[in-house]
Design a protein around this ligand. Structure first.
Ligand code: SAM
Length: 277
């Protein structure tokens, strides 16, 4: 009999992938975790029934959450990732030679362990010498570090469970303090088709804190709604004002300097969501 993984979203959407093999299922201190192998997208990490990342399309999300802020900043040397225990963002950050220090503040040790064991194509950067893995609440870590990072990447789960606090104004204010004077925050801010109200609220929060607030988009086939948003808050650099000739060539599958610029051009309904007061 065929086995299918089905993600239930917002109690009114179901997405399914055919499963070849179940590699692990466990209950961690924070969430239900599964790693399964699917026919179409390779191995996937699932937390609380929600697909987090797949071997086949992870590059879109991870390249866009990393290269857009890092190439907007003129000389990123220190990067903090809140969440992101699968290591996908780290793999991309390591392509930037200027970066000397990467801190991963991940609440769930089991995500890191499972990524290392089952998702080596994604997680191989976790053992790099530049990486410090801090197991604990990213909110606490941010509160305890001031003026320390060039870039903060909020690579979180959806706003449920331990991630709820990562979608609040208090958290974004505390990230502002954690950043250096020309620092940049980027957060994954969900699909405009499903989380429009949340995106609008987050955009208002960012605008209260960061002098430059810019949303950008990409397409991720395995995420509900497919069209995905990130929100950038920047103290100094404008991500749309980059000189594309100065961007060094790195090995990517989605990101290009042209995509960097194009990602800030929003469909009208998405622009409305971000701008509606
Ligand atoms: N990189 C993935 C992708 O491609 O979409 C996304 C998510 S990553 C697996 C999200 C991580 O955020 C999870 O491992 C979860 O444990 C972590 N997380 C949730 N709340 C957190 C918090 N308050 N502090 C630190 N990590 C948190």
């Amino acid at each position: 009999m065929d086995l299918w993984f089905t993600e239930n979203h917002a109690n009114n959407i179901k997405y399914s992938l055919k499963v070849n093999k179940t590699l692990n299922v466990e209950k961690t201190d924070y969430q239900d975790l599964a790693v399964i192998e699917t026919e179409q997208y390779g191995r996937i990490l699932v937390l609380d029934g929600i697909l987090q990342t797949t071997e086949k399309d992870e590059f879109v999300y991870h390249e866009m959450i990393v290269h857009v802020p890092l190439f907007t900043h003129k000389n990123p040397r220190s990067v903090l990732i809140v969440g992101g225990g699968d290591g996908g963002a780290i793999k991309e950050i390591l392509k930037h030679n200027s970066v000397e220090r990467i801190v991963l503040a991940e609440i769930d040790r089991k995500v890191v362990e499972n990524a290392k064991k089952y998702l080596q194509n994604i997680s191989y950067g976790l053992d790099n010498d530049k990486v410090e893995i801090m197991i604990g609440d990213g909110i606490k870590y941010v509160n305890e570090h001031k003026n320390e990072f060039d870039i903060v990447i909020v690579d979180s789960t959806d706003p449920i469970g331990p991630a709820v606090g990562l979608f609040t104004i208090d958290f974004y204010k505390s990230v502002y303090e954690c950043l250096k004077d020309d620092g940049i925050i980027v957060a994954q801010t969900e699909s405009p088709f499903i989380y429009g109200n949340l995106i609008n609220k987050l955009s208002k929060m960012f605008k209260q804190i960061y002098p430059i607030t810019k949303p950008y988009i990409c397409i991720i086939p395995t995420y509900p709604g497919s069209l995905w948003t990130f929100t950038m808050g920047s103290k100094k650099y404008d991500p749309e004002n980059i000189d594309t000739n100065n961007i060094p060539k790195i090995d990517t599958k989605y990101y290009t300097p042209q995509i960097h610029k194009a990602a800030f051009i929003l469909p009208k309904f998405v622009k409305d969501i971000f701008e509606e007061v």
